[in-house]
Design a protein around this ligand. Structure first.
Ligand code: 13P
Length: 248
């Protein structure tokens, strides 16, 4: 049985004052939540996460990383630097980075490798656009996105990643994938992981992301291959994020 994993992706939101209240609110409301939880915050707020969350059950991480180790890459942040702030997770290949920063799956694979090399967990995002879904290309698109990463990893490392299925049309739209639609894709992703490393596939959490909210979380999280959520908008309010954590 995989423990459920609920991760907040704050995207480009937050301020030092607001974060303090949000992080403390999350910690205060955890009670005996069964789910594992984490927040992935903008890089300048990682120190604040370390200050507030050390010693609590809430882990933290970043939303992107450079594929390079060090050097003349102005504006970039490498995996080693993230470890200095206690990061456990790093999101790679979010659809917003694929769309607005032209990241392709080969680059995403390199970023996942960079994260693993520093002992952190990459949260590898895959997902189809509405156009691709309507053209019946979902399985092929997400399959190719995950394969690019799996091919770059040795078989043992497969068990050290997290996968997130985020249909692009469901992100920030208020229109989540139905539990059945999401389960179908998650089962495919699980089969792909199994083909690479059968044992690891049993422990890799596959998260759903895209308008997950307190109202739909329970039903989505009840699906056999939905092991948690990657939460955008609803992770910015302690009450909503906690409701999702407690639904898991
Ligand atoms: P929303 O929950 O706001 O739809 O965002 C999902 C997402 O992109 C998380 O990475």
């Amino acid at each position: 049985m995989r423990a459920k994993l609920i991760v907040g992706n704050w995207k480009m939101n937050g301020s030092r004052a607001a974060n303090e209240a949000l992080l403390k609110g999350i910690v205060a409301g955890l009670d005996n939540a069964r789910a594992v939880c984490a927040v992935c915050v903008p890089t300048p707020f990682l120190q604040q996460c370390e200050d507030v969350l050390t010693g609590t059950p809430v882990a933290w991480g970043a939303q992107d990383v450079s594929m390079h180790a060090f050097g003349a890459y102005t504006g970039e942040v490498c995996a080693k630097m993230l470890t200095e702030f206690g990061c456990r997770y790093v999101i790679v290949g979010h659809s917003e980075r694929r769309a607005y920063h032209r990241e392709d799956s080969a680059l995403v694979a390199k970023k996942a490798q960079a994260v693993l090399a520093e002992g952190m967990t990459p949260i590898v995002c895959v997902g189809e656009t509405l156009e691709q879904r309507e053209a019946g290309e979902t399985a092929q698109v997400v399959g190719a996105q995950l394969d690019a990463v799996l091919e770059a990893l040795d078989a043992a490392s497969v068990g050290r990643i997290v996968v997130a299925y985020e249909p692009v049309w469901a992100i920030g739209s208020g229109r989540n994938a139905t539990p059945a639609m999401a389960q179908e894709v998650h089962a495919q992703l699980r089969a792909q992981l199994k083909a690479r490393n059968a044992e690891a596939a049993e422990v890799v959490p596959i998260l759903y992301g895209g308008s997950m909210k307190p109202e739909n979380a329970k039903e989505l999280l009840a699906q056999p291959d939905i092991d948690g959520g990657l939460i955008g908008g609803a992770a910015l309010k302690a009450e909503d994020f906690l409701a999702i954590i407690h639904a898991a």
